[in-house]
Design a protein around this ligand. Sequence first.
Ligand code: MN3
Length: 246
Amino acid sequence: MNMKKLNAALLLLALIFAACATPAAESNEKEKEKPLKEYTGEPVEHVFPDLPYAFDALEPYIDAKTMEIHYDRHHRAYYNNFINAIKGTELENASLEFIFSQMSKLSATIRNNGGGLYNHNLFWEVMAPGGQGEPSEELKNAINRTFGTMDAFKEKFNNAALTQFGSGWSWLLVKEDGSLAVSGTANQDNPLMDTEKVRGTPILGLDVWEHAYYLKYQNRRGDYVQNFWNVVNWDEVNRRYSKAKK
Ligand code: MN3
């Protein structure tokens, strides 16, 4: 074989290799992208919500500066990053609940920022200046059935908040069968995500990221968790409970 023929043969081999390699690489990529279910619900326009009260409204339990930074910087950043991540995709107008039900197939960016958006939306609403209302008879009965007493429930919820290593949340949630449970989640995960072991609809949540309490409480997460009960909006928790257990 002369050099010209050898070069031609090598070129041919390279072309064959490239032709084979390209579809193989593509099919590997496709395997990573497991198919999403199609969203068939009402189109959702994701908005950044107003804070339902002034920055200083939850004083002295949550200080104004923390509220301002938490809402206007942290929450807004989750919202902006989430919107950018879903823009122009099939998820652009899908509900957060739908997105969370597909979480295991989606990116860390959508998980962290979609979670951050939803969790803070809920968090502001389940608090009110000086606290509001009390658990409904229905919710109280369910809490007593599940945890024994209201105090035992609070202890379990506090414990989930205190034992969450690093950043995360503690939750009271309604499972698919209508029963209650307490869980803790890491980062911006929540019980709606298909990545969670304890799944359901959260009706009360507490942010235990340091950004939620560090300015006022420094390392004293326990004091922050105790004080949270002074600002719980039970009217809102009751509303979410009635809706979730239907
Ligand atoms: Mn937060």
